[in-house]
Design a protein. Sequence first.
Length: 205
Amino acid sequence: MENKAGNPIHAHRLALVILTIVLVLGMASFAGAQQNPPSTPPAKDNDTTRGELRNFDQFLDNHPEIGKELRNNPSLINDKNYLSAHPELREYLSNHPGVREEIKENPKGFLNREARYERSGGDVTRGELRNFDGFLDKHPEIDEQLRKNPGLINDPKYVNDHPELKEFLDKHPGVRAELKEHPKYFMHRERQFDKRERAANRRRK
């Protein structure tokens, strides 16, 4: 006959069953967590700044041999022997810790971004466009010729035949470098700048 207060043996067994179930479920959860650990999102190499790309692009422009070698084999940047043989690169990296950190961490990725930056002509500044636009406004003949054929800027005879252009380029090395490297793109940007300036002047009148 069942005791009114409850059978202590049955209560003990019930407690053991519940405890066993809890332990089994806990172990299963732990095993699942071990088999499928929380995935850590891969670190993104997005902390390369535009300034770092611009600085490194300018360095490679001034050292074309190093630029060619690094683009062919980005891992050279982590080669102590290569750095020892190129003290100008070692000095540059010492003076630009942001570039050094990014390029050493992901050489191929950094060189790919620099190459895209180079192709885009992304280092053309507003000040350079303004200076060149002002020069062309004062020399409409040169303006017309360069718009039709931007490649003339890399023709030494053309530049020498236009001493005012040569003098301007000598006084504005930033314009000269970008115009020589990306003549068509630079002239396109200059036209856009000129249109915006004209529109702004009309609004002010």
